[in-house]
Design a protein around this ligand. Sequence first.
Ligand code: ADP
Ligand code: ASP
Ligand code: MG
Length: 241
Amino acid sequence: MGLVVQKFGGSSVCNAQRLFAVADIITKKYKEDNDVVVVVSAQGKTTDELIKKAEAINKCGSRREMDVLLSVGEQISVALLALAIQKLGFPAVSLLGWQAGFKTDSNYGCAKIKKLPANRIIQEIKKNNIAVVAGFQGINKLCDITTFERGGSDISAVALAVVVGADACQIYTDVDGVYDANPKIFPNASKFDEISYDDMLNLSLSGAKVLNYQSVEMAKKYKVKLEVLSSFKNVPGTMIT
Ligand code: ADP
Ligand code: ASP
Ligand code: MG
């Protein structure tokens, strides 16, 4: 029996069909006698669309209001994914960032995690629930909603893996691993079966958004077993070691 954190990015959950495909991946892991904590991003291009909506009203609005707005994307995803898992007959509970324990500083739009007490997640695990956590968000000391930088659901996933002591943190996305160049632009790019934390940090730093830079830094610091996998095809991914 293990404890696994699985994270699904926006393209992995962009419609009902994809939500059920992801629910299948999650419940397969759960049926194999694992505790599963899930982190999910906003569906498809939701975050970009919310930014456009805000800018149509006020291009220089406060970052605080932007965070209230942008957190909605992940709120929709957690509820829909929990409903999909329940529809398959498994127990799931959706949690917003603040419910899952993400306490951050007050840098709206690029907040950093200050504390992450794991008690609520542990409670759900003990009840055999699959916790479905909204990525990319937390609350500050005023109880205002904050968001991390773009791509920040990867940070949520690795941070949760650290605090619950997960055996693995699986980052499911729309490509089947980490390549030496963006495989969507360079079809001849080669996939790594394994890549070191430092080489991954360099790739992230040079713009490979497949893994957020801060998430790799944290994984390196706490020796989290990180894996990048496709939610579209069942093939081996890339281990970050
Ligand atoms: P998600 O929504 O799952 O978080 P992202 O769009 O943030 O997904 O990251 C996945 C994308 O990263 C892929 O679609 C791919 O185009 C891009 N990418 C850029 N560089 C790389 C790379 N070196 N290896 C793999 N994917 C890469
Ligand atoms: N939804 C956020 C973004 O688009 C966070 C994430 O996808 O990881 O940046
Ligand atoms: Mg991403």
